[in-house]
Design a protein around this ligand. Sequence first.
Ligand SMILES: Cc1ncc(COP(=O)(O)O)c(C=O)c1O
Ligand SMILES: [Zn+2]
Length: 393
Amino acid sequence: MTNSLYSHLECVQCGTHFNKYTLQNYCHTCIQPLVARYHLHNRIGKEIIRNTTNSMWRYQALLPLLNSDNIVSLGEGWTPLFPLHKSGKNLGVDHLFLKEEGGNPTGSFKARGIGLAVSKAKELNVHKFCIPTAGNAGSALSAYAAAMNGEAFIYMPEATPMVFHLDCEIMGAKVNKVRGSIRDAGIAMMQDNKDGKWWDVTTLKEPFRLEGKKTMGFEIAEQLNWELPDVIIYPTGGGTGLIGIWKAFEEMKEMGWVDHIPTRMVAVQTKGCNPVVRAFEAGLDHCDLYENPEETIANGLRVPKAFGDKLIMKTLKESHGTAFDVTEEEIIASIKEFGRTEGVFLSPEGAAVYSGLKKLIENGFIQKSDKVVIINTGSPYKYVENMYGILKN
Ligand SMILES: Cc1ncc(COP(=O)(O)O)c(C=O)c1O
Ligand SMILES: [Zn+2]
């Protein structure tokens, strides 16, 4: 057993409660995500954290798994958060930090969400999974499915770097390459899964990947001695990380671990696929489909329509955050600049974040005294095929 405070699942739109002992995907009335709720109150102390566990499972009291025998772990989470003194000085920000997610199993933060989804699936006796992916989530699902003796069926855009395909196959998954974007991959997957033989773990159509991503929020807080940052900049595709970090902060507030949440959440996208930025600028509470998304070296950001779009917009609004886009040239320049300055090779998505940071300093959104966390969501090494020629010049 765990010391989990998990209570129930709830539709984000109509508030209906769903049974936690049976398999649930999303609210079929509202076509909106379900989120996990916990028995929280302000007398819960931080001693519920298992601080001898150096993985995301240190927060298992605030995660939905009921029996720890069901944990399928490859060592996900508890990644470093470290100060960027040189960049901070160069850019004029006193407290700048990098959350480095590239050391996670299969090289990205996707291991957190998928690790939790697969563990919870094991608890509910599910062993066959399918997913549309920009790459990293497919690698993670292949790994965790292998670890639990399950099966994974992966659908990825043709333009995904080859190493992701190899990665999935090495771990025993079946890979389908689909012409178009992750959205087209999702449509092809649903066609093959009409009879529901596989458990669909598409971002936010399944409630528990969000809970895994939430652990990034707890970690950032714990690593900053429970003083939340003023700004977090996040590369946004499906948006689970952005929503999850904010959810962690809200839960911390409910438990009285912080008095208020000062953090402004920032979503970064690419100019060639920026549905969140467009919606933010238009003041919408949802995103419209982005037709014909352009290819980008930041594969994870090419998401023309996220299932959790309303939650993304709500998070930006409630946190007084913002959204903006960056060009391919800016991403490439940032990879080079950051590598030379900090000795850290960023993934293209992480470089989009760094480009964003510079813009936000320029336009005054970030002040000198702000405490800012930028997130490098994955390892750059899987993208070498995208980057080799460009970076050499
Ligand atoms: C490295 C990387 N960063 C960011 C993202 C976008 O993440 P999210 O779907 O949580 O917005 C992805 C998604 O594929 C990714 O692989
Ligand atoms: Zn509903």
